[in-house]
Design a protein around this ligand. Structure first.
Ligand SMILES: [Zn+2]
Length: 281
């Protein structure tokens, strides 16, 4: 399985896990004998194809007000975002060919067509779906990050792209009456029930007859008390579902943070489980 990473992903030293952890996970993959592929950076034209042109030029000219983000918008961060989104594009192209690929980029699902939010400036998850669609796929979004993907909905909501969004926090919630959209807010710590809701999200995508998914593999439900073991089972379940149903998949990292009871090793273990399970299908 092709897995994309470049040291440029982590060239921005914000001190945040979003821009640091890809390096930690890449190190684990390499240590275990895995090969990483280097992507090409995304261009301004590629972003103009799906985002508001004013927003894109502000991103590239560094004239964007930093107030929308949890971190300052700088040339270094632009470089990091261009490479990590290039990784998503290259992973989608590899998955279209090979059936499965991933990138150690975050999906950045809070970023919309003309805005960014939190740690998210450019929504690679939505971009990846659009690339798959342009290549003739009936693509769907599977977003199991703890937070809702309001940015993804802002970009894709008007299109015929099914979305299954399972969240354990209501942040960035979105609303739709379309049958192809499934937003499930799960506030319990019942881990068996959580896996049941994952199954429900997968069933939704299957009912929408998708043949390719963008998987936003967030590990931050761990902040709501969902255990490492259950998140590992979740990734196994999703990987097997893709294999059994012959559904192409491009996975990306999403949320997943250090906390008083989540160490760097725990965080890497959790994201590594995505790589491991998809590498086996
Ligand atoms: Zn999140």
């Amino acid at each position: 399985m092709k897995t994309f990473f470049s040291p440029q992903y982590v060239s921005h030293d914000s001190g945040l896990e979003t821009t640091k952890k890809p390096g930690w996970i890449a190190e684990r993959i390499s240590k275990n004998g895995g090969i990483l592929s280097t992507p090409n950076a995304i261009t301004q034209d590629e972003l103009n194809a799906f985002l508001d042109h004013d927003y894109v030029s502000q991103l590239f000219n560094l004239t964007l007000s930093s107030s929308a983000f949890s971190t300052k918008w700088t040339a270094d961060l632009l470089k990091s975002i261009r490479h990590s989104n290039g990784g998503v594009r290259d992973a989608v192209l590899a998955a279209l060919k090979d059936g499965c690929a991933g990138s150690l980029s975050s999906g950045l699902h809070h970023a919309g067509k003309n805005y960014g939010m939190g740690f998210c400036q450019v929504n690679g998850l939505a971009m990846g779906a659009l690339i798959a669609k342009q290549n003739g796929k009936r693509v769907g979004i599977l977003d199991v990050d703890a937070h809702c993907g309001g940015g993804t909905f802002d970009i894709l909501g008007h299109l015929d792209i099914p979305i299954a969004d399972l969240s354990t926090f209501s942040l960035d919630q979105w609303k739709s009456s379309k049958k192809i959209h499934h937003l499930d807010l799960f506030y319990s710590r019942d881990e068996k029930a959580y896996l049941g809701r994952v199954e429900k999200a997968l069933n939704h995508l299957k009912a929408c007859d998708v043949d390719f998914i963008m998987h936003n593999a967030g590990m931050d439900p761990s902040l709501s008390g969902i255990s490492k073991a259950t998140l590992n089972q979740r990734e196994e379940m999703i990987a097997h579902w893709c294999k059994d149903n012959k559904i192409g998949v491009c996975w990306v990292l999403a949320g997943g943070y250090l906390s008083h009871n989540i160490s760097e090793t725990d965080l890497v273990d959790m994201h590594y489980s995505t790589y491991q399970h998809f590498n086996q299908i």
